[in-house]
Design a protein around this ligand. Structure first.
Ligand SMILES: NC(=O)c1ccc[n+]([C@@H]2O[C@H](COP(=O)([O-])OP(=O)(O)OC[C@H]3O[C@@H](n4cnc5c(N)ncnc54)[C@H](OP(=O)(O)O)[C@@H]3O)[C@@H](O)[C@H]2O)c1
Length: 237
């Protein structure tokens, strides 16, 4: 980021922006003429991803959403360079439920997944709130999953389902808490997407998975704050 940078266009921050759906969201937001902060767990990962985007409008940021020190440092870094953030996209997530189910999963794995996928977005939203409040209208978009819907819960995907169920709950609560500030908060499911997480057999491209997040960032009504979406349509929690 350039010190003292003054931005004219809207600024979006995407967590886990270095690959998969997050990377496709960054690309789509650049195409929609946003300026983008591409956050990754390491500067190398962020810079390597940015190299592929061939844009001067994208900036690297180190952010591990499971680590409050990292979140704190990331906010300070953004505040050195920007006055406000218009869009926060909580995309970073893990899917570590291999060979476990709700009867066998241990506490460490439950902790790790819920800490990253649910508490990460909550703490990130809290920390970036002062920057979001500086924008005339701002939005928070939580990349959730149909696995977090009440009719999508699966006993063989225990920590991931619980983490996205909690993220959906956090979306409802954040929307309520931020309504008076005019900040809209949405949850969305990208569908089954060909990424390292989704695997090569998934039905959707990363761009298709990113579409609803970009729509929520650009076109969706703020009146839909607190709702859950797939394919630009509201779905049931
Ligand atoms: N793919 C699907 O079919 C699908 C379906 C429903 C929902 N989703 C959701 O979509 C989002 C993106 O998934 P994806 O398919 O693009 O997965 P992915 O290819 O595995 O990418 C996940 C991203 O999250 C980052 N990340 C993981 N833990 C992090 C942490 N503690 N702090 C910061 N970044 C972290 C990863 O960084 P590293 O590169 O450092 O690991 C990577 O950038 C996730 O929230 C996922 O749950 C995906």
């Amino acid at each position: 980021m350039n010190a003292g940078h003054q931005h004219q266009t809207k600024l979006a921050l995407v967590t886990g922006g270095n690959k998969g759906i997050g990377f496709a969201i960054c690309r789509g937001l650049l195409q929609a003429e946003f300026e983008v902060i591409l956050a990754a767990r390491s500067l190398d990962k962020a810079k390597q991803a940015i190299d592929q985007l061939q844009s001067t409008q994208v900036h690297p940021l180190v952010l591990d959403v499971a680590d409050d020190h990292s979140i704190h440092d990331a906010v300070a870094e953004v505040q050195r360079n920007f006055n406000q953030i218009d869009i926060l996209i909580n995309n970073a997530g893990i899917y570590p439920d291999e060979g476990v189910n709700i009867l066998t999963i241990d506490r460490d794995l439950l902790d790790r997944t819920i800490n990253t996928n649910a508490f990460g977005p909550i703490r990130t939203a809290q920390a970036f709130l002062p920057l979001l409040e500086e924008a005339p209208t701002s939005r928070i978009i939580n990349v959730s999953s149909g696995y977090g819907a009440l009719d999508g819960l699966s006993a063989s995907v225990p920590s991931y389902c619980l983490s996205k169920l909690a993220l959906n709950g956090a979306t409802i609560m954040l929307a309520e808490a931020l309504q008076s500030k005019g900040i809209a908060v949405y949850a969305m499911c990208p569908g089954w997407v060909r990424t390292d997480m989704g695997g090569a057999g998934a039905t959707r491209s990363p761009a298709q998975g990113a579409d609803t997040a970009i729509w929520l960032a650009t076109e969706a009504s703020p009146k839909l704050s607190g709702k859950f979406f797939r394919d630009r349509q509201e779905i049931s929690y």
